[in-house]
Design a protein around this ligand. Structure first.
Ligand SMILES: Cc1cc2nc3c(=O)[nH]c(=O)nc-3n(C[C@H](O)[C@H](O)[C@H](O)COP(=O)(O)OP(=O)(O)OC[C@H]3O[C@@H](n4cnc5c(N)ncnc54)[C@H](O)[C@@H]3O)c2cc1C
Length: 657
C-alpha cells in the first residue's frame, strides 16, 4: 500500500486528538522582538505510538520511499549542463555548492561519501577533527554472518529478541543479509581485522548473540575502520572535507506538502565564519545524542545535532524513548588511582569482556547476574544494565565489579590491550583484579525515521548510522549491530541519492539566496559572550542531571512528568536569559547551538517515554512494568508547527515555493 505524504499527514492530524504533546514553552517568552514564523500545515508535535495504520513495513515506511515530485522530471538538457558546471565548483568563501553534502565523518558518512563521489562532488562536513566520532571509540566490533555454522536467520532471531520484538523484520533481514558483503568491502578498502590461527577472520561472541560473529580489530575496531575510511577519503579528489564546521540547521523549502532539503548552514568554529552549503542531496550521518546525559561513553561531538536539525526541518522522528545504557563503563572512582580530571566521556569496557567469560560481582564479591536472568552475564544489555542499577540502588554502592582475571594473561592482553592499558594508567592490572564498572548512556536506538533506502519524509534528505531510526534495533540494540547498520544503510542510500541528484533541477545559485544567513554574535562583546557561555554550561549540566535523575534506566510517569516540567522551565529560563543579554534569534555559536539541540533531543526522549505505557526493551517504567502486546508499535513523532521555543525552530524562515 502506498500512502502519499499528504495523506499520511491528514491521518496524522486525525490522531492528534488522542496524542500527548510536549510542553515547548509559552509564546510570550519567544524573543524580544516579534517575528512571524510560518505556521505550516503540519500537525502539532505528536508523540504517538504508531497505530496499525502505520506499521513499519507498509504505511509510513512506504511514505518514506523516495517521492519523485513531478517537477523533478524533464529537466532541459541545457539546464542540466549548467548545473553540472555550477555544482561542481565553489562560489565563494561563504557559500559552497556540491552535488552531495554529508554531515558527519563517522562510518556512515565516510562510507557513503566514498560511493557517491564516483558520481559527483562531495562535501564531508564535520564539527571537530574528522576522526572524532562514536565510530572511533567502538571497541567490540561489527556483527555479520561469516561462519558456515551461523545463519542469517540466527542473526535475525538474536536481533529481534534483543529488540524486544519491536524490530522491523524487513529491515532486520536486509541488514543481516547484506552485512557480510559490507565487511568484505571494508577489508578490500584496507581495514585490517583480527585473524585466528586457522587464518580465517577471528569471530568474537558478545551478549545476546547465539554465535561467534563479531569481526574485530582487537578492542579498537572502530578506530581501525575510521582509519581505513579516512585514508580512502584523503585519496579521493571528488571529496572535500570541511573539519570544524558545525552544522546549524538544514536549509529547507516547502512545496505544497513536500519539504525539500537544499543543504545546510554551518559555522566554522575555528574562524567563527558562517558557511552555507547548497547541495542537491544531503546525508545526515551525525551520530547519537549521548550528551543529553551527564555520564556517557560518547565523545563530546554526540549532542544529538542531527536529530534536532531534522526535527526542526519537519522530518519524522521515531522511538526516542529507547536510549541504551551500556552496563559496563569504567567507574573512575573505583580505580586505585582515580583520574584527577573528570573525563568528557566515560571509558567503555566492551561487551566482549563478558562474552569472553567476564563475571559481574557486587562489592561483596557475590555473582548477581544469575539471580536476574538465566543467560547471566550474556543477557542483553538492557537486562544487565537494569540488574546493575538494581544492585547499586539496593546496596547503595557506587559501582560493581567485572572480573576477567581467571582468563590467561596472554589472552586478556591480546583481546583487550586498550582496556588493559587504560586501567593500568590508574593502577589497575585487569589480569589480576576485577574492573570497577557502572552503566552510562551509550546508544540512541531512536532517531530520524528512515525507509529501507535511508530516505526520510524530507525530499533530498537521507540518513544513515546512529542518527537514523531504520527499525533494525527495535526497543534495544543488539551488541555490534550499529556499525553494521551504518555500513548497510550508507550503501543503500547511494543509488536513490544519485538518482535524486541527477533529477535535481533547481538553480542552486538562486536557492542560496532564499534564507537569511545566521549571524555570529561578535557585536555583543566578550564580557556578555563570556556570561552567556558560563550560563549555557550550567544549563547543560542541569539538563543532564534532570535526564539522569528522571529519565534514566528505570523510569516512572511521575519522574517523566517532573522531567518534562523542569526541562520546559529550564529551556525558557535559558532562552529568556540569552535574549535579555541582546542575543538575537539568528545568532549562532557552537555552545548555544549544541544547547538548542540537547534541549530538543531531551524533550523528544521524554515525550516519547511518556506515551509508552508498557515496559519494553530499554524503556522500563515502574508504572507499567510489563510488556503490552497492544503497544508493540514504534513511537512516531510528527513534525510540529507550534514550536514556540528557539530550540525547536529553524533559525531562518521557511522558504515557500
Ligand atoms: C565507546 C563506544 C563503543 C562502541 N562500540 C561499538 C561496537 O563495538 N560495535 C558497534 O556496532 N557499535 C559500537 N558503538 C556504537 C557505534 O560506534 C556507533 O553507533 C556508530 O559508530 C555510529 O556511526 P555514525 O557514523 O552514525 O556516527 P559517528 O561515528 O558518531 O559520527 C558522527 C559524526 O557526525 C559529526 N557531527 C555530529 N554533529 C555534527 C554537526 N552538528 N555538524 C557537523 N558534524 C557533526 C561528528 O563529529 C562525527 O564525525 C560504540 C559506541 C561507543 C561510543
Amino acid at each position: 500500500m502506498f500512502v502519499p505524504l499528504c495523506q499520511a499527514l491528514v491521518v496524522a492530524s486525525a490522531i492528534i486528538k488522542m496524542a500527548t504533546s510536549i510542553a515547548s514553552g509559552s509564546a510570550h517568552l519567544q524573543f524580544r522582538e516579534t517575528r512571524c514564523w510560518r505556521q505550516t500545515s503540519f500537525s502539532p508535535l505528536v508523540s504517538q505510538r504508531c497505530s496499525n495504520k502505520f506499521p513499519w513495513s507498509d504505511g509510513l515506511s512506504n511514505n518514506l520511499k523516495i517521492k519523485k515530485s513531478h517537477h523533478h522530471h524533464q529537466i532541459p538538457e541545457t539546464q542540466r549542463l549548467f548545473q553540472t558546471v555550477v555544482t561542481s565548483c565553489m562560489k565563494n568563501e561563504s557559500t559552497k555548492y556540491f552535488d552531495f553534502a554529508v554531515i558527519g565523518s563517522g562510518v556512515a558518512g565516510l562510507r557513503y561519501a566514498l560511493e557517491v563521489a564516483k558520481h559527483g562532488s562531495v562535501a564531508v562536513i564535520t564539527k571537530a577533527e574528522p576522526h572524532e566520532s562514536n565510530t572511533n571509540y567502538a571497541q567490540g566490533g561489527v556483527s555479520a554472518v561469516l561462519c558456515p555454522s551461523d545463519s542469517v536467520e540466527s542473526h535475525m532471531q538474536d536481533t529481534i529478541v534483543a529488540g524486544a520484538y519491536l524490530c522491523d523484520e524487513e529491515t532486520v533481514r536486509v541488514v543481516c543479509t547484506e552485512g557480510p558483503e559490507r565487511i568484505r568491502e571494508l577489508i578490500a578498502m584496507g581495514a585490517s581485522f583480527d585473524h585466528g590461527e586457522d587464518g580465517n577472520l577471528h569471530l568474537a561472541r558478545e551478549g545476546g548473540h547465539s554465535h561467534h560473529r563479531i569481526v574485530h580489530a582487537a578492542d579498537m575496531t572502530g578506530r581501525e575502520i575510521e582509519r581505513a575510511l579516512l585514508k580512502a577519503i584523503e585519496n579521493d579528489p571528488n571529496i572535500s572535507v570541511f573539519k570544524h564546521h558545525f552544522a546549524i540547521d538544514l536549509l529547507t523549502s516547502q512545496d505544497g506538502l513536500d519539504m525539500i532539503c537544499h543543504g545546510v548552514d554551518t559555522i566554522n568554529t575555528e574562524t567563527q565564519k558562517v558557511v552555507r552549503f547548497i547541495s542537491k542531496v544531503t546525508l545526515l550521518a551525525s551520530g547519537g545524542a549521548g550528551h543529553i546525559y551527564p555520564s556517557t561513553t560518547n565523545p563530546p561531538v554526540a549532542t544529538g545535532d542531527g536529530i534536532a536539525m531534522a526535527h526542526r526541518a519537519q522530518a519524522v522522528i521515531s522511538n526516542m524513548e529507547f536510549v541504551q545504557f551500556h552496563p559496563t563503563a569504567l567507574a573512575d572512582e573505583g580505580l586505585p588511582i582515580p583520574p584527577t580530571k573528570s573525563r568528557d566521556n566515560s571509558f567503555l569496557i566492551t561487551e566482549a569482556v563478558r562474552g569472553d567469560g567476564g563475571i559481574l560481582y557486587n562489592l561483596d564479591m557475590e555473582r548477581f547476574m544469575p539471580m536476574y536472568d538465566e543467560r547471566a552475564e550474556l543477557a542483553p544489555r538492557d537486562v544487565v544494565a537494569r540488574s546493575i542499577d538494581d544492585q547499586l540502588k539496593k546496596r547503595n554502592d557506587k559501582y560493581v565489579l567485572l572480573d576477567i582475571s581467571h582468563r590467561s594473561r596472554d589472552q586478556i592482553l591480546s583481546h583487550f590491550p586498550n582496556i588493559a592499558a587504560e586501567c593500568l594508567k590508574y593502577g589497575l592490572d585487569i589480569t589480576r583484579h576485577p574492573i570497577p564498572v557502572v552503566p552510562a548512556a551509550h546508544y540512541m536506538c531512536g532517531g530520524v525515521k528512515a525507509g529501507l533506502q535511508g530516505e526520510t519524509n524530507v525530499l533530498g534528505l537521507y540518513v544513515a548510522g546512529e542518527v537514523a531510526c531504520t527499525g533494525l534495533h527495535g526497543a534495544n540494540r543488539l551488541a555490534s549491530n550499529s556499525l553494521l547498520e551504518a555500513l548497510v544503510f550508507a550503501q543503500r542510500a547511494v543509488n536513490p541519492s544519485i538518482q535524486h541528484m541527477k533529477e535535481s533541477y533547481t538553480d542552486h545559485q538562486t536557492v542560496s539566496q532564499w534564507w537569511d544567513p545566521p549571524v555570529v554574535p561578535m557585536q555583543l562583546g566578550s564580557t556578555i559572550l563570556t556570561k552567556i557561555l558560563k550560563r549555557t554550561k550550567q544549563v547543560r549540566n542541569e539538563l543532564q542531571s534532570i535526564m539522569w535523575a528522571y529519565v534514566g534506566i528505570v523510569r516512572s510517569t511521575t519522574w517523566l512528568k517532573t522531567a518534562e516540567r523542569r526541562i520546559g522551565e529550564l529551556e525558557l529560563e535559558w532562552e529568556a536569559y540569552l535574549f535579555q543579554q541582546g542575543w538575537e534569534p539568528t545568532m549562532v555559536g557552537l555552545e548555544a547551538c549544541e544547547m538548542r539541540n540537547l534541549f530538543c533531543c531531551a524533550k523528544l526522549v521524554v515525550s516519547s517515554a511518556l506515551t509508552r505505557h508498557e515496559s519494553r526493551g530499554l524503556h522500563y517504567t515502574i508504572d507499567f512494568p510489563h510488556v503490552d502486546e497492544e503497544s508493540r508499535l514504534p513511537t512516531i513523532i510528527f513534525p510540529c508547527s507550534m514550536n514556540t521555543t528557539w530550540s525547536s525552530r529553524q533559525l531562518h524562515k521557511q522558504q515557500i515555493c
